[in-house]
Design a protein around this ligand. Structure first.
Ligand SMILES: Nc1nc2c(ncn2[C@@H]2O[C@H](COP(=O)(O)OP(=O)(O)OP(=O)(O)O)[C@@H](O)[C@H]2O)c(=O)[nH]1
Length: 551
């Protein structure tokens, strides 16, 4: 299982080729350390570092052709990019270029102007040494005013006096010349305001588009390697001698390391940092040299993976806590609104029920008229108003004659229907401002505000007339004529409460009954003539005792 896991891990490693600029030396220290310290392996990368040398394609070409995913190059990569080659800069390892003109101390050459008419040995093509050429342009020294000899990468030409100046590396030629006891002078482009980046990590731009995550992984591991390498130059030098450059002395590797450390400036600049402003200036100087067309830009030249917002644990926790609080608040508000809605609905329902109950409490369920309680309350209110405003108020008490017999003859249900029918007739006989109530059983009352005794009598008579006109229909072929007795009273000055009116009306009703029923009794017990029953064979006069008794 363990073997399988290890095998799986090995196969999961991504193979990466890195084309170095030159032969193994301290110049590539960070990559060696990243490989030997396992930084690449930690990033899932199996890295091969490819040496370079005279006559071989440049690292820029190797990367552009896809022969290597990464390369170490100088700013010459910018001209390749401007030509349309698929290359781009991933990180600048050297904040300053180590290239400088190296001259013999006894040459009498101290500055650029002293080089006019001299022979200079330099790498080809020119874009490889743009930082050494730019100072001439800035100093208005025509490049044609000097003789150019292609480099053989050997300082002997300078030592022998074959050439007057040698395009060298501060990390290399000064050491070699010192060892050989040849006094020398270096002329740095920086003295003339030309400050190019030195070694860069480059990649293929198509690869960067397709697999930016790979680029990032390799870059981060390499930069980590560089940090480690420069923290311990001696140890790194030993590693390089042991693993990569046995022909170099430790002393030389240490020297290289010290100079390169000055170029990388790890204490001042984050290793790998690239500044767009500096690149713009480098581009401009290349354009002045005619190496890059004027319209060229840096768009797409710098590798810039999408930056993720920094998320410190504190911020993450805070954001999570805020999110949670917001969620809880939303839930609480939602719950509150739900409860509120439910409560509102509950209250509405209760109000409906209360209204219904109140209505039921004041309504006679059978006839839909007011009940005794309603009659009493309305009676008290109307009586008080009438007294206060000195207005008339009348009361008519109505009772169905011999109602018991209806129940007995037709059944209780028919009796109910008769009572309902009477309720309807009572409503039809009065105004909307009048009140109709059932006192109980077959007894009803009409409360008539603003009606004097005569008007009340007229209402009672109207009721009787309607009862004659609309007898109770037992079925389509048979109707029952019902008679009522009534007592009619009006408020009198001596009345102190509604009950007194009620009592008098009750007495008058009793009188009407006593007087033979089917009549209205008003104050002074005047019995009033009532309309005769219709002479309709369909309508059975009631009580029709003979018929019923017979049956
Ligand atoms: N169907 C029905 N009958 C009721 C209702 N309330 C009371 N009654 C009946 O009404 C009858 C009233 O009888 P009584 O008090 O003798 O009065 P009456 O028969 O009308 O005789 P008088 O009033 O003297 O003309 C009783 O038999 C009650 O049972 C009701 O809601 N429905």
């Amino acid at each position: 299982m363990l073997l399988w896991l290890l095998a799986g891990q090995a196969t999961a490693m991504e193979s990466v080729q890195v084309q170095l600029r030159w032969q193994h030396q301290f110049q590539f220290a960070g990559y060696y350390v990243a490989k030997e310290f396992g930084y690449y392996a930690d990033a899932g990368l199996d890295v091969t570092l490819l040496e370079n040398g005279p006559g071989q394609p440049s690292s820029i070409t190797a990367v552009a052709l896809g022969q290597a995913q990464f390369g170490v190059a100088n700013t010459g990569v910018l001209t390749a990019f401007a030509r349309g080659e698929p290359v781009m800069a991933v990180a600048s390892i050297f904040q300053h270029s180590p290239m400088a003109w190296v001259v013999r101390a006894d040459s009498g050459i101290h500055n650029l102007h002293d080089l006019v008419g001299k022979t200079l040995m330099s790498q080809q093509p020119r874009e490889q040494v743009a930082e050494l050429l730019s100072p001439f342009v800035l100093e208005a020294i025509p490049l044609e005013s000097m003789t150019w000899v292609p480099s053989r990468f050997n300082i002997d030409a300078l030592v022998n006096g074959e050439v007057d100046a040698f395009a060298g590396y501060l990390s290399n030629e000064p050491y070699v010349l010192s060892r050989r006891g040849v006094p020398f002078v270096t002329i740095s482009p920086r003295t003339y305001g030309v400050d190019f980046y030195g070694d860069l990590l480059i990649t293929n731009s198509q690869l960067a588009r397709d697999n930016p995550e790979l680029i990032k992984r390799f870059r981060d591991a390499s930069l980590k390697g560089w940090r480690t390498a420069l923290e311990n130059i001696d140890g790194t030098a030993r590693l390089i001698k042991a693993q990569y450059a046995p022909q170099k002395s430790l002393d030389q590797l240490r020297f290289e390391g010290e100079v390169i450390r000055e170029m990388v400036m790890p204490d001042l600049v984050t290793i790998g940092h690239m500044n767009l402003g500096r690149w713009s200036r480098i581009l401009e100087l290349h354009q002045q040299l005619g190496l890059i067309p004027p319209q060229a830009s840096l768009d797409g030249f710098l590798f810039q993976p999408k930056v993720q917002a920094p998320s410190s644990p504190v911020w993450s926790w805070l954001a999570a806590a805020l999110g949670l609080a917001l969620l809880i608040a939303i839930l609480v508000i939602y719950q509150f609104m739900r409860l509120n809605n439910r409560l509102s609905r509950e209250i509405g329902k209760r109000q409906e029920i209360e209204k219904e109950l109140r209505s039921q409490a004041y309504t006679d369920p059978l006839t839909g008229t007011g009940n005794r309680r309603a009659l009493m309350e309305v009676g008290h209110q109307r009586f008080a108003s009438a007294v206060r405003e000195d207005r008339p108020l009348s009361l008519v008490m109505v009772d169905v004659d011999h109602f018991k017999r209806i129940n007995d003859s037709y059944g209780h249900d028919v009796g109910d229907l008769v009572l309902r029918h009477l309720g309807d007739l009572l409503h039809q006989a009065v105004r909307s401002s009048d009140f109709v109530g059932r006192l109980g059983g077959e007894e009803f009352a009409l409360l008539l505000p603003d009606s004097g005794l005569e008007a009340a009598m007229a209402t009672a008579r109207r009721l009787k007339s309607r009862m004659v006109q609309k007898p109770f229909e037992l079925n389509p072929h048979e109707s029952i004529a019902i008679s009522i007795s009534a007592g009619v009273v009006s408020r009198q000055g001596a009345d102190s409460c509604f009950e007194q009116m009620l009592s008098r009306a009750d007495q008058l009703l009793y009188d009407a009954k006593a007087a033979g029923r089917d009549q209205i009794c008003r104050e002074s017990c005047v019995s009033c003539p009532l309309p005769k029953l219709p002479n309709d064979p369909k309508v059975r006069p009631f009580p029709d005792l003979g018929d019923r008794q017979k049956s």
